[in-house]
Design a binder for this molecule. Structure first.
Ligand SMILES: Nc1ncnc2c1ncn2[C@@H]1O[C@H](COP(=O)(O)OP(=O)(O)OP(=O)(O)O)[C@@H](O)[C@H]1O
Ligand SMILES: [Mg+2]
Length: 240
């Protein structure tokens, strides 16, 4: 790693305003954030503080009202919808709390799909899908369709699918929100491995201090501003 390496994510003076007239609200009020390749980062803060809004901007799902967002050095502010979509497809893996698996395909096929779309051979796609599903505790449910999986199982399939193309940046908004502790731990263990072994960048919003404690860095947002940012243990201690 060199000092000059392009950050995976970088924002400068990021502002997001929603609504107008009396409804005008500054959701983000000048966020400066740099996240390097291989970092495993939690975003914490009260409900309504702007965490999801920030995630949408980091993931090129939305454009800022002011300031800049760069994904792997590509400034999204100036991009049209086609370019934004291209950044998302090439660089980002999203994990939402609500997932949209394809109902007619098995767990394995759902995870293989993005890999096949990228042009990889079937064998490689299958290996990748099985590896991830196995790591997430679903090795014995590869051939089930979503309707025969529990909600938490479906969520883990969706997580495997988001990771399948080994995106540079993985963004999760409460990715383990409806998983039990054991399965949430499995997911975080995969995140840790990807950050360490593949230098993928992982950013997760979480309300759960136990989950936040497994990351390496915590960014705390209150009222649209970063109020703390540093090594996880230090930030959590300051939060009390
Ligand atoms: N379309 C909108 N118009 C106006 N305000 C909005 C709109 N969408 C969201 N907001 C407001 O923006 C603020 C930040 O919302 P955001 O979803 O980013 O919060 P959050 O930190 O993710 O909260 P939570 O932890 O509850 O998910 C909230 O006060 C919310 O009410
Ligand atoms: Mg949110």
């Amino acid at each position: 790693m060199t000092a000059a390496e392009t950050p995976a994510l970088e924002t400068r003076g990021l502002v997001r305003v929603l609504g107008d007239g009396e409804m005008r609200t500054e959701i983000l009020r000048g966020v400066d954030l740099t996240i390097r390749r291989g970092e495993f980062c939690a975003i914490v803060g009260p409900s309504g503080s702007g965490k999801s809004t920030l995630m949408y901007l980091l993931g090129a799902l939305d454009r800022p009202t002011g300031g800049t967002v760069a994904v792997d050095g590509e400034d999204t502010a100036a991009m049209d919808e086609t370019l934004l979509a291209s950044v998302r497809n090439r660089k980002i893996g999203f994990i939402f709390q609500f997932h949209y698996l394809m109902p007619e395909f098995t767990a394995e096929e759902n995870v293989m799909m993005p890999v096949l779309k990228r042009g990889s051979p079937v064998r490689e796609a299958r290996e990748r899908a099985r590896g991830l599903l196995d790591e997430l505790g679903l090795g014995d449910k590869l051939h089930r369709v979503p309707s025969r999986l529990s909600g938490g199982e479906q969520q883990r399939v969706a997580i495997a699918r988001a990771l399948a193309n080994e995106p540079l940046v993985v963004l999760g908004d409460e990715p383990t929100g409806n998983l039990d502790t054991k399965n949430a731990d499995r997911v975080f263990a995969v995140f840790e491995r990807l950050a360490k072994e593949k230098r993928q960048t992982i950013v997760v919003v979480t309300h759960d201090p136990h989950m936040a404690a497994r990351t390496a860095r915590v960014v705390r947002i209150v009222d649209g501003r970063i109020v703390d940012d540093g090594p996880t243990r230090e930030v959590l201690e300051r939060m009390g």
